[in-house]
Design a protein around this ligand. Structure first.
Ligand SMILES: Nc1ncnc2c1ncn2[C@@H]1O[C@H](COP(=O)(O)OP(=O)(O)OP(=O)(O)O)[C@@H](O)[C@H]1O
Length: 378
């Protein structure tokens, strides 16, 4: 390609495909391209404006710009330079991102984001593992997904997602780290080391409120909240701050576990939330001879769904049963959820069960179904 204008045009078109890894929008739209130049020899110089000087993702952006430009005909060399936005440029960016004004965008009755608050009666039943796998399965299908790790005392989502870097702060706006296509924020990202968090109810409420107002999630198709086990303050805060959220109750097949989980699910009767359904985890162990071992008994998920249906007066489905699988635990330990890598020819029954639950939740229309419309007949 010899026409310099056509060549520069091709370069701009290629750069228009580069997405900011945190904001998930094209860097060109975000005002992050300061200057683009190409000399007679085909050497391109791109100046990128970072939101803040210490942006942890400068390497990723440089790589993405290079990858976009390499295939452009006539480009012989690529030079990516980094600069930092001025306070005015940052202000313009924040205004662009908060086009709808600041505040909790998910409480807006017009918000179309499906919000799932993942609850359990007791700890250790796999609530966080279920949350990250459902979120990743949806993101892998192309949906825009976020997770808020509201399990303040036992935050584990960053580890399960393999996130090690802190969120970027652009003044008071927090950009959540993105892993496997999912935006994630957790209280664990704001404490140093592995310190325990000993907060009281009002502080938890404030932390959650801050996550909802200050964290830039953008427009999401689905938002998952990993709640602490039990029926504590956070569950009540979630119902107040996110009235459209629906509970997903995770239990094991043990009837004693289902008893405890019923209390977590019945909180919906007091808060007016809907229950999206029950997920039974650790349902059985597949043995080498093809038989199943009911390690934790059987029937707890179905029992819980029936009891919640009776107490809430509406049909609460059992959305799926996830078997015990070593690979699921290993995926959590390595930060690569099993739905994204279920090994040999994709034969993991646990991954298949999780994908099928995610599929069911994705099929619920993203919209106003089931919500009060706030209108009265004339
Ligand atoms: N189906 C499964 N097969 C094998 N291991 C599992 C399964 N589900 C969860 N685990 C493992 O069980 C442990 C507890 O899971 P997880 O942290 O997801 O539970 P939790 O209910 O969120 O716990 P807490 O409430 O304490 O945060 C983890 O080590 C996880 O890898």
């Amino acid at each position: 390609m010899t026409d310099p204008i056509a060549r520069l045009d091709a370069v701009h078109r290629a750069l228009a495909t580069v997405i900011d890894p945190e904001l998930r929008r094209p860097i060109a739209e975000l005002g992050m391209l300061k200057d683009v130049d190409i000399d007679d020899g085909g050497n391109v110089t791109v100046q990128v404006l970072l939101t803040i000087a210490g942006c942890p993702l400068r390497g990723t952006i440089t790589e993405d710009v290079r990858r976009a430009l390499e295939p452009v005909p006539g480009v012989a060399g690529i030079n990516v330079l980094m600069d930092v936005m001025t306070p005015e440029q940052r202000k313009a960016l924040k205004e662009q991102l908060h086009a709808g004004g600041r505040g909790n965008p998910f409480a807006d009755p017009a918000s179309l984001t499906r919000i799932y608050a993942v609850a359990s009666g007791k700890g250790g039943v796999g609530k966080s593992s279920v949350t990250v796998n459902l979120a990743c399965a949806m993101a892998a299908k192309g949906l825009r997904v976020g997770i808020i790790d509201a399990d303040i005392y036992g935050f584990s989502v960053p580890g399960l997602m393999g996130i090690t870097h802190a969120p970027t702060r652009v003044d008071e706006m927090i950009l959540p780290p993105v892993a496997h296509g999912v935006k994630v924020i957790s209280i664990g990202m704001f404490v140093t080391g592995n310190q325990p968090v000993a907060w009281r109810g009002p502080m938890l409420h404030r932390a959650l409120e801050q996550f909802l107002t200050d964290v830039y999630f953008g427009d999401l198709d689905a938002l998952f909240l990993d709640l602490p086990p039990g029926t504590g303050d956070v569950a009540i805060s979630v119902s107040q701050l996110l009235p459209a959220s629906r509970l997903l109750v995770v239990t094991t097949p043990q009837s004693a576990a289902a008893d405890v989980a019923e209390r977590a699910g019945s909180i919906a009767a007091q808060t007016g939330q809907q229950v999206a359904g029950v997920v039974e985890n650790m349902s059985w162990l597949d043995l080498a001879d093809g038989s199943r071992l009911d390690v934790f008994g059987s029937g707890g998920g179905r029992l819980l769904a029936e009891r919640l249906s009776a107490s809430l007066g509406t049909d609460i489905p059992l959305l799926g049963q996830i078997p015990l699988e070593q690979r699921l635990r290993e995926g959590g330990d390595s930060g690569l959820p099993i739905v994204l890598d279920d090994g040999d020819a994709g034969r993991s029954p646990a991954a298949a069960a999780l994908r099928s639950i995610a599929e069911g939740l994705s099929a619920v229309p993203r919209g106003l179904a089931g919500r009060p419309l706030g209108i009265a007949p004339a």
